[in-house]
Design a protein around this ligand. Structure first.
Ligand code: BGC
Length: 375
C-alpha cells in the first residue's frame, strides 16, 4: 500500500513536471524563415541568398532557402512548400511582381507575414519592403552619362546613345529606367543626345529576365543596323550589370568605332568589375546586399516580436550605413502603402573601386588582380 502511494506521488510529480516542461519547450521552438530568391543565374541573388541564410542562422533561426530558376510558377511552388513546412515569415524577391497573388493570399490565410525583398510584390500580403533607392540607381546612371559627356557644355555637338532596360516582369525595372530617363530626356528633347535606333520607350528597350544573351543579341542587331556605316556611338545606358555584360560584349565584337563607349551598370558583379578594370564598362551602381540582409534580419525580428515598425528600427540600430524609412512611395495595391526601408546605392568607377569595394571589405583582390566578392 505504502509502495503504491509512493509510486502515485512520484507519478504525479512527473506529470506535474512534464506539464511544466511542455509549454516551455514549445515556447523555445526555433522559428523558421522562408527565403525565396529568383534565380542563381544572376550573380547578385547568390550573394543575397547566402547573406540572408547565414545571418538568420547566426541569429538562431531555422531557414529554408530556395532559388526558383527565374520561373514564376516554380517560385509559387517553392513558397507553397515553405508554407506547408510551417515557416513563421517569408522573405521574397519576386521573379514576377504580379504572379504571386494566389500564394500570397495563402500566406495571409496562414497568418504568415511577407517581406518583399528588393522587388516589391503587388499584393497586400507584402507587409514590409526592403530595397535600395530605385529611382536613384537610374538617376546615378543618367547623371554619369551627362557628366562624362559634359552635355551641359555640348555646344553644337550631338552625342549618340542607346538604351537597355531590365525585365518587364520585375517591378524594379521601370523605376531604374524612369530614374535614368528623367535625367536624360531633356537632352534627348533638345537634340544633344540622339538615340540613333529610335528605340526609346521602356517596352522597346526592356530585356526579358535581365538575360545577358538577350541584351547581347539586341545590341548586335542595333550595331549592325545603325552603326555599321561608321556612325559614332558615345554611350549605352544599361540598367544593370547582367545586361551591361551583353552590351559590352557586342560592342567589343560588332562595333568598329573607337572603344570609348560609356556603358553604365548596376550591382558590382565580378565580371563587370573586371570589365571596368579593363576599360570595357565605365561604372556600376553598387548596392551592398550584405546590408540589405542586415536590415531584413532586424525587420523580421521586430515583426516576429510584435514590435511597432517605423523609423525607430533605424534609430535603435547600430548600422554603419544609410537607411531611410519610407511610408509613402511604394504601394502593394492602389492606396495601400507598403512601409519600406530604403538603402543608399553607391557609384563605383575604376577610380574609387579600391576605396568603395575593397577597403570596405565587400570584395578582396584575387590572384589575377580582379575583385572577388566576399561571402
Ligand atoms: C535588382 C537588380 C538586379 C536585377 C537582375 C533587380 O530587381 O534590383 O539589382 O540587377 O534585378 O538581377
Amino acid at each position: 500500500m505504502m509502495r503504491f502511494k509512493k509510486l502515485a506521488v512520484a507519478m504525479a510529480a512527473v506529470m506535474a513536471l512534464s506539464s511544466l516542461v511542455i509549454p516551455a519547450a514549445a515556447e523555445e521552438e526555433t522559428q523558421k524563415i522562408g527565403i525565396s530568391m529568383p534565380t542563381q543565374s544572376l550573380e547578385r541573388w547568390n550573394r543575397d541568398g547566402s547573406y540572408l541564410d547565414e545571418q538568420f542562422q547566426a541569429a538562431g533561426y531555422d531557414t529554408i532557402l530556395t532559388f526558383s530558376d527565374n520561373d514564376s510558377s516554380q517560385q509559387v511552388n517553392d513558397i507553397q512548400n515553405m508554407l506547408a513546412d510551417g515557416v513563421d515569415i517569408l522573405v521574397v524577391a519576386a521573379i514576377d511582381a504580379d504572379s504571386l497573388n494566389t500564394v500570397m493570399d495563402e500566406a495571409s490565410e496562414a497568418g504568415v507575414p511577407v517581406i518583399s525583398y528588393d522587388r516589391l510584390i503587388s499584393n497586400d500580403a507584402s507587409a514590409y519592403y526592403v530595397t535600395f533607392a530605385l529611382a536613384t540607381v537610374g538617376a546615378i546612371q543618367g547623371q554619369y552619362i551627362v557628366d562624362t559627356l559634359d552635355l551641359d557644355n555640348a555646344g553644337d555637338n550631338v552625342y549618340n546613345i542607346e538604351i537597355t532596360a531590365g525585365d518587364p516582369a520585375d517591378n524594379n525595372a521601370p523605376y531604374y529606367y524612369n530614374g535614368a530617363m528623367d535625367i536624360l530626356q531633356p537632352y534627348i528633347d533638345s537634340g544633344v543626345l540622339n538615340v540613333v535606333s529610335g528605340q526609346i520607350d521602356f517596352d522597346s528597350v526592356a530585356t526579358d529576365q535581365w538575360a545577358t544573351q538577350t541584351a547581347l543579341e539586341r545590341a548586335q542587331n542595333i550595331l549592325a543596323s545603325y552603326y555599321a556605316d561608321g556612325t559614332q556611338l558615345d554611350a549605352w545606358l544599361c540598367s544593370n550589370d547582367s545586361t551591361a555584360l551583353g552590351v559590352a560584349q557586342a560592342i567589343e565584337s560588332d562595333y568598329a568605332g573607337d572603344n570609348t563607349v560609356i556603358i553604365t551598370g548596376q550591382d558590382g558583379d565580378e565580371a563587370n568589375l573586371a570589365n571596368i578594370m579593363d576599360g570595357k564598362q565605365s561604372m556600376t551602381v553598387y548596392k551592398a546586399v550584405a546590408n540589405e540582409a542586415v536590415v531584413t534580419l532586424s525587420l523580421v525580428e521586430a515583426v516576429l516580436n510584435g514590435d511597432t515598425i517605423d523609423e525607430t528600427l533605424i534609430e535603435n540600430s547600430d548600422w554603419d550605413f544609410e537607411c531611410a524609412y519610407d511610408n509613402e512611395t511604394y504601394e502593394t495595391s492602389e492606396g495601400v502603402v507598403c512601409p519600406s526601408f530604403i538603402l543608399t546605392p553607391t557609384t563605383v568607377t575604376i577610380d574609387n573601386m579600391q576605396e568603395e569595394l575593397v577597403d570596405t571589405g565587400y570584395y578582396t583582390v584575387g590572384d589575377d588582380g580582379y575583385l572577388v566578392a566576399v561571402g
